[in-house]
Design a protein around this ligand. Structure first.
Ligand SMILES: NC(=O)c1ccc[n+]([C@@H]2O[C@H](COP(=O)([O-])OP(=O)(O)OC[C@H]3O[C@@H](n4cnc5c(N)ncnc54)[C@H](O)[C@@H]3O)[C@@H](O)[C@H]2O)c1
Length: 273
């Protein structure tokens, strides 16, 4: 079954997150929604936090349709009061907060330093980076109060290389990877593990729009990956589950690259000898 673009049938069922309470920002989006649903079908109670109320409500409905527990919270992660309220809403709904996934990212037009406006530059950093800072700021005390927790920050393979025309986005994701290491160091003694997750190009509506749709995007962007295709949201949700669960109990301060081989070579498959 597919509800709101979330491929529920492709998710891994189990109880790896039984007893956990997870807050997913940008949870109304395609990757965030898949992560929220994946966590729910592994036993977590989930708070789906998003700027768009309808999108968050759709993901909650999808989760409930398969017997999961979830609530929607309207939240602009770049507004400190909203970030604090989202964490409070998780505790009010489910009694604690053990798991935070920072997925929210803002769309901005491509640009260089010359063509990007100050507003777009600042909005990108405010949502993609300061948003994660705000969420962690309010989530950490709650995690400490329940004996520890896990934070996953959605970065990008484009946070590790220079990318033409995406100076704001790429810079924000590189900073998020560094932010992850710092928070991991600061809160290891609180039993809070913090890792980033860097997807390659994933076949979502948002990432495909720039190429004129999913099919065209797959055709053009697929060969940039060694595996010859773009990724699927459930593949990123599976990686997020790994990072959120005890399967990754010896990982903190790391970046998990799930990019189909994007960073492993320079060029496209059709230019390889
Ligand atoms: N799609 C890809 O190819 C790809 C690749 C690498 C990394 N990523 C990262 O994965 C994450 C999810 O991407 P996606 O493709 O699912 O995008 P998406 O646009 O589907 O989801 C992003 C969600 O964030 C929400 N959002 C935006 N601003 C917000 C704010 N200020 N406060 C709260 N919510 C806000 C949006 O409403 C949306 O639901 C992002 O961090 C993105 O940078 C995506």
């Amino acid at each position: 079954m597919t509800v709101s673009l979330i491929p529920l049938d492709a998710l891994r069922r189990g109880d790896q997150l039984a007893g956990r309470v997870a807050l997913v920002t940008g949870g109304g989006g395609e990757i965030g929604g898949a992560i929220a649903a994946q966590f729910a079908v592994q036993g977590a109670a989930v708070v789906v936090a998003d700027l768009r109320p309808g999108a968050a409500a759709n993901i909650v409905a999808a989760i409930e349709s398969v017997g999961g527990r979830a609530v929607a919270v309207v939240c602009d992660v770049s507004a400190p009061d909203d970030a604090r309220n989202a964490v409070a809403a998780a505790v009010a709904a489910f009694g604690k907060l053990t798991t935070l996934v920072n997925t929210a990212a803002t769309p901005v037009p491509d640009g260089t330093v010359e063509t990007t406006s100050f507003e777009d530059w600042e909005r990108t950093l405010r949502v993609n980076l300061t948003g994660a800072f705000a969420m962690c700021k309010y989530a950490v005390p709650e995690m400490r109060a329940c004996g520890g927790g896990v934070i996953v920050n959605l970065a990008s393979q484009l946070g590790q290389i220079g990318v033409p025309g995406r100076v704001h986005y790429s810079t924000s994701k590189a900073a998020l990877i560094q932010f992850t290491k710092c928070v991991a160091g600061d809160h290891a003694r609180d039993n809070i593990r913090v890792n980033s997750l860097s997807p390659g190009s994933i076949n979502t509506a948002a990432s495909s729009r720039r190429y004129g749709g999913r099919a065209e995007s797959d055709r053009i962007r697929g060969p940039w990956h060694l595996l010859g295709r773009k990724g699927r949201v459930e593949e990123i949700a599976a990686a997020a589950l790994f990072l959120a669960s005890d399967d990754s109990s010896f990982m903190t301060g790391a970046d998990l690259l799930v990019d189909g081989g994007y960073l492993a070579f320079k060029g496209t498959l059709d230019t390889m000898g």
